[in-house]
Ligand binder design. Structure first.
Ligand code: S3P
Length: 175
């Protein structure tokens, strides 16, 4: 039986929102790796990207991920790029049921627009967010798919409905 549930998916797929509710529902700890990184580096993720660059961020992300996967009874919300390194994926898959939150690109674009400036990879250039999202999804989609044990769509559903589906899938995987 896997001791954790990890949520992966693109920026705006609902990992933090669903993760917090899912942890409450199960009575488990909620671990948000982006928040842990911000605590460790002492500044926001956009500031850290601007000062140190993406590779430094990915190194911190791997250190944090490998650390948290040692725990149990936690819902782990990852950053959207957590699947970019094989060692991250291996640690997540061993320790967790890995759930890929899938979301239509137009919905992702709407959601990320609500918090402008929070996602350095979507605010760097002149291109509209949807164009960037489509390009990044083409590259990352197969990685999310192969890293995950189950897929759950979040496009037009309330977070609590998503939570209930994940609980059902977790229980089914466990039997
Ligand atoms: C990233 C996603 C972000 C954050 C960082 C990089 C990515 O997390 O880790 O800006 O590469 O997709 P969210 O998916 O929680 O926005």
């Amino acid at each position: 039986m896997r001791g954790n549930i990890t949520l992966i998916g693109f920026m705006g797929s609902g990992k933090s929102t669903v993760g917090r509710l899912l942890a409450q529902r199960l009575g488990w700890r909620f671990t948000d790796t982006d928040h842990l990184i911000e605590k460790v580096v002492g500044c926001s993720i956009p500031t850290y990207f601007a000062m140190e660059g993406e590779t430094a961020f990915r190194d911190k992300e791997t250190t944090i991920l490998l650390g948290v996967t040692a725990g149990e009874r936690q819902v782990i919300a990852t950053g959207g790029g957590a699947i970019l390194r094989e060692e991250n994926v291996a640690a997540l898959r061993t320790s967790s049921l890995v759930v890929y939150l899938t979301t239509r690109p137009d919905v992702l674009a709407q959601r990320v627009a609500r918090r402008p400036g929070e996602r350095p990879l979507l605010t760097a250039g002149e291109e509209p967010a949807l164009t960037l999202i489509l390009r990044m999804l083409a590259a990352r989609g197969p990685l999310y798919q192969s890293a995950s044990h189950v897929l759950v769509d979040t496009s037009d559903r309330a977070p609590r409905a998503v939570v209930e589906e994940i609980v059902r899938r977790y229980q089914r995987e466990d039997t």
